[in-house]
Design a protein around this ligand. Structure first.
Ligand code: SF4
Length: 472
């Protein structure tokens, strides 16, 4: 039995972080944050943390593991207060240490500041140089950012944050708290999502709308790119906004990163994926008996391909739903000890069929090669691969953990050469214009850098990662 899921997790562009914040006196804010983080688990599966303020102190519980493994009734009951900040972490290689787990807390002279970050600060090195030798406890760019804000001379936290943002370069969707106020702020490019919801008359902030749905909150609006928001007993206030001419929302959120039931920029992610399958069916038609998805990321797109082509959608891989979630760790040797989720290919259905396999993306190509090999062993007559995004040719510097450029199979190979490696009968990718059309966004409001190489800001291609580890 071939472990598709484990292999796919190893190869995929890694989910980044999930953040959540709530200001709700009288509510069990720790428990609500727990449920929200659980629904954002797909954005980070290596560590989780919740910080709660009671007005005098900020208390935290942070550990390596999934949300359900880190928190329980007993430890959540210790987090009493009216405001919480939560974080799910996906770390980059080697950075999965306890001190890097968020929220990062900075405390000094009676002041405390908790920060949960989704993104990557491209100029963390420059910012660290300005900290004048301040001792740091972690290797995370988030701590550098938090210290930069903490050490500013302005009188209010809102001013400190707003004036700091003009020094920050890169991707950040952040939820933070002082002892009495919750803050949410987003980079002026708007790379990563950040939404505002309302729950029982109070405000919540979440990476994706699926978290709002889970806790019963109503979606109000997104935190605008460049906006700094404060939430306290006076209600929700926009402290200020850094303006930029153009936003650069991450196109890959629609392809793979976000949950299909989340709404991003007024479109349901599932529908974007379905449309991308429909468009691909028109761009790259082929005669076949069955359209199948690699569970679960290719499912919405495979449905779209099937509907547009008239070729029936079917399942050939059965997932064992009673095996617990695999613990995802950046270290290879730890990964291999993780609990494996199994998928069993149904030979009886595959045998003698011409099969269209739909997936969201190809990163290194090794997983797809294994899948093709297994389907051939099961007797597939033809295997046509249809990928619902363009070739990933360039690394991401804005909060998604991509391999170095040379490890991306499309960085130096043509589609024909990629297929020679994978071994399918045909391989076709969705065009960039097709994907943008599926997203229903204007092309000049999107970051497409990992597909096009057109980065919205200057990046140092000589090293893939910052000296500082990305938050996620
Ligand atoms: S480079 Fe790709 S993954 Fe990174 S922000 Fe841009 S579109 Fe998203």
């Amino acid at each position: 039995m071939f472990d598709f899921a484990q292999s796919k997790r190893k190869e995929a562009l890694k989910d980044h972080c999930g953040v959540f914040g709530i200001y709700a006196p009288g509510e069990d804010v720790a428990k609500i944050t727990y449920y929200a983080l659980h629904s954002l688990q797909h954005r980070g599966q290596e560590a989780a943390g919740i910080s709660v303020s009671d007005g005098s102190n900020i208390k935290s519980i942070k550990k390596i593991g999934l949300v359900t493994g880190v928190f329980n009734d007993r430890n959540l009951a210790k987090l009493k207060g009216f405001m919480a900040v939560g974080h799910n972490r996906y770390s980059t290689t080697g950075s999965n240490t306890k001190n890097n787990i968020q929220p990062i807390i900075i405390s000094d002279k009676g002041q405390s500041f908790a920060v949960a970050h989704n993104g990557n600060i491209v100029n963390a090195g420059e910012l660290a140089d300005k900290l004048n030798g301040t001792e740091r406890m972690s290797t995370s760019d988030t701590e550098v950012l938090a210290l930069s804000i903490f050490q500013r001379k302005e009188k209010t936290w809102g001013e400190k944050i707003l004036n700091s943002t003009s020094d920050l370069k890169g991707a950040y969707s952040i939820v933070a708290s002082s002892k009495d106020t919750l803050f949410a702020f987003r980079d002026p490019w708007g790379f990563r999502p950040l939404t505002i919801g309302k729950l029982s008359g109070y405000f919540v902030i979440a990476s994706e709308t699926c978290a709002l749905d889970t806790i019963g909150a109503t979606y109000l609006r997104d935190v605008a790119p460049g906006e700094v928001i404060s939430i306290n007993k006076k209600g929700l206030t926009t402290v200020g906004k850094i303006r930029r001419k153009q936003m650069n929302y991450c196109l890959f959120e629609y392809v793979y990163l976000a949950r299909p039931d989340s709404i991003m920029n007024n479109v349901l992610v599932h529908q974007v994926r379905q449309r991308s399958g429909e468009i691909l069916a028109k761009e790259a038609p082929v005669k076949a008996d069955l359209v199948v998805a690699i569970p679960d990321s290719g499912t919405s797109s495979a449905l779209g391909y099937s509907q547009a082509s008239g070729i029936p959608f079917g399942e050939i891989l059965i997932k064992n739903r009673y095996i617990g979630r695999t613990f995802i760790s950046p270290e290879q040797h730890i990964r291999e000890q993780g609990v494996k989720m199994k998928f069993n290919p149904m030979k009886q259905i595959v045998e003698g069929k011409r099969i269209i396999v739909v997936d969201d993306s190809i990163v290194r190509g090794t997983t797809m090669r294994q899948i093709v090999e297994v389907l051939k062993k099961c007797g597939a007559k033809k295997i046509h691969l249809r990928i619902c995004s363009p070739p990933v040719r360039w690394p991401c510097f804005f909060g998604v953990d991509t391999p170095e450029r040379r490890q991306l199979i499309a960085s130096d190979k043509t589609v024909r050469q990629i297929n020679d490696f994978i071994g399918a009968d045909t391989l076709k990718y969705l065009s960039l214009s097709g994907l943008i059309r599926a997203s229903k966004q204007k092309s000049n409001t999107l970051c497409t850098a990992c597909f096009s190489g057109k980065y919205p800001m200057k990046v140092d291609m000589s090293f893939k990662k910052n000296v500082f580890e990305s938050a996620c």
